[in-house]
Design a protein around this ligand. Structure first.
Ligand code: FAD
Length: 535
């Protein structure tokens, strides 16, 4: 008997140190760790103790005999990994026990952004004796894209918020939510109150196609649509044209698949998720029945993970369709991707049937329409143009970081300039004293939730190194003074207790309709829910 890691794996690696026989791969430091789609358990080495399953923050590990039917193939997927990557080293990785140098006193760190990268940084730092952490978040709610990005039907992935919540609840962590750094408090002011500031603000912009018609109403970014259906307060008032029968999604990554699934499924499928009410309501009036997902190149170059392709294949009430000639390079293969694409190529869509159609080798050429999107044109490898009529075109070609005032920024990658997480000016090679970065603003918009853990660990090591070397001046003021200052500027500050009240309110509203939570979307409603109730 063996345990099996399945598609929901977020690469968080919490399972690795608890495994007594070290049968989980890849491990941080392995050559394929940063690019792996998921972690795998070697069935030949697993001793069936269950420690990994207890530790997994997103419930992605199952016993072999208890694998849900739609995840059946993961037993083979786990075993296949070790055919090409046999285990050669089975000693456990050295546990990292970080300490402050005895002669340097306490260390205080401000973290900007409470997404996965900020939470992992807070976790690593707050474990160290003598460290205090202040977390700043511009929204009244924490966890970044775990709340406002991860698809509502990926409920298990959202369970990671529980683990992040326990970090934010530690006594040496203070929370300043509904506080935007750069608006309510400046970066220099944070440095006056802390030894170091970690910028983990994520990527709040999108990559662009750079083709005519991209700004026509009806051509939207996946970031906007995703934020809207996930109840991000900035997007609550957005409206999208859901008058079908066709919507086109340009892009071939996991986010493109999320968007396609959400648009193609009947609205009733969303009733049991935490999707925002306004989105469920709008999707219930949608007449979209076919979502066409397009890639610029062939399926062998697609960026989506096999797990997400498999999820698309198993989407209830939605047929997955492909054209045999466009998937021929992959569909002859007997691996999981090949089998799914061969099946999709053999599938014929009945008129009006809900479907997701995977199309390849289509380079976007122009978005067309008179005042609003009517169609999108693509260039094919034989230089002919194919035009698909659709009133909604979603660009799912990637998120992009935004510059931060006063910090060196790489325009090409959309990331802060840094060395091992320490922000530095490439012109002078000098670091910006006390300022660090992690997550998407550090490495670009890629990787799973757990990828941010390794990223944040590197940044924390840089902070400790600089602190130990005496490079971080003692702050002029303490945390109490900072809190007073912020409260004068942002009376609607939401602290830990306030967030707990919001969380309880949303869960209790959700319970009434059999959902994990019913999200409050407007900032004023979130702030009102954060206040103690009159008794
Ligand atoms: P974010 O999560 O974006 O967090 C940044 C935070 O900083 C935000 O809360 C923001 O409000 C805050 N902030 C920004 N500027 C300021 C400021 N000036 N002051 C204060 N706060 C600020 N990974 C998986 O493993 N599984 C999945 O199923 C999955 N699904 C995804 C779906 C989508 C649509 C997307 C886009 C990503 C998905 N990911 C998934 C990837 C995962 O969400 C990212 O790896 C992760 O969220 C990046 O973390 P981050 O902390 O760098 O950024």
């Amino acid at each position: 008997m063996t345990f099996v890691i399945t598609s929901g794996c977020c690469n968080d690696t919490s399972c690795i140190p608890v495994c007594p026989v070290q049968c989980i791969r890849p491990r941080p430091g392995d050559p394929d760790f940063s690019t792996t789609e998921q972690l795998y358990i070697d069935p030949a080495t697993c001793i069936d103790c269950g420690a990994c399953m207890d530790e997994c923050p997103v419930s992605a590990i199952h016993t072999e005999w208890d694998l849900p039917e739609h995840l059946d193939d993961y037993l083979g997927i786990n075993a296949a990994y070790f055919e090409t990557n046999p285990i050669s080293e089975s000693s456990p990785p050295d546990p990292i026990r970080r300490r402050l140098p005895a002669d340097r006193g306490r260390l205080s760190v401000a973290i900007v952004g409470s997404g996965p990268a900020g939470c992992y940084a807070a976790a690593e730092l707050s474990e160290i004796e003598g460290v205090s952490v202040s977390v700043f978040e511009r929204l009244p709610t924490p966890f970044g894209l775990v709340r406002t990005g991860v698809a509502p039907d990926h409920g298990n992935t959202k369970l990671i918020a529980k683990r992040f919540g326990s970090v934010l609840n530690r006594p040496n962590v203070r929370c300043f939510f509904n506080v935007e750094v750069g608006v309510h408090v400046s970066l220099p002011e944070l440095l006056e109150h802390h030894h170091a500031v970690v910028w983990s603000g994520g990527a709040s912009n999108d990559r662009r196609l750079g083709i005519p018609g991209e700004d026509l109403p009806g051509c939207v970014s996946a970031r906007e649509l995703v934020a809207w259906y996930n109840g991000h307060p900035d997007f609550g008032e957005r409206r999208f044209n859901l008058d079908g029968p066709t919507a086109v999604v340009i892009g071939n990554g996991n986010v493109a698949f999320d968007v396609a699934r959400i648009l193609a499924q009947p609205a009733a499928s969303h009733q049991s998720t935490d999707m925002a009410e306004h989105a469920i309501e709008a999707l219930s009036r949608s007449t979209i029945s076919d979502v066409i997902v397009t890639g610029r190149r062939g399926p062998e170059f697609a960026a989506y993970t096999t797990g997400e392709l498999s999820g698309l294949h198993h989407t209830e009430n939605v047929a997955l369709v492909a054209r045999p000639e466009e998937v021929a390079s992959v569909s002859a293969s007997t691996d999981r991707r090949g089998l799914i694409l061969a099946d999709a190529a053999a599938r014929h869509r009945a008129e009006g049937e809900r479907s997701i159609t995977l199309r390849y080798d289509l380079r976007p050429e122009s978005i067309n329409g008179d005042g609003a999107v009517e169609s999108v044109s693509f260039r094919r490898p034989d230089d002919t143009i194919e035009t698909i009529e659709a009133p909604l075109v979603v660009r799912a070609i990637g998120y992009r970081g935004m510059p931060v005032e006063g910090l060196p920024f790489n325009e090409r990658s959309g990331t802060l300039q840094h060395l091992a997480g320490s922000v530095c000016d490439p012109e002078t090679d000098e670091s910006v004293v006390g300022v660090y970065c992690t997550g998407w603003i550090k490495r670009g918009a890629n990787g799973m939730i757990g990828t941010n853990k390794v990223d944040s660990a590197e940044t924390v090591d840089s902070i400790l190194h600089d602190f130990g070397a005496g490079r971080l001046p003692n702050p002029a003021h303490d945390g109490e003074q900072l809190e007073k200052l912020i409260r004068t500027r942002q009376p609607d500050l939401v602290d830990k207790e306030g967030w707990t009240r919001i969380d309880q309110t949303e869960r209790s509203l959700g319970r009434k309709s059999g959902r994990p939570r019913q999200k409050l979307v407007h900032v004023q409603d979130l702030v009102a829910a954060s206040h103690p109730r009159d008794t």
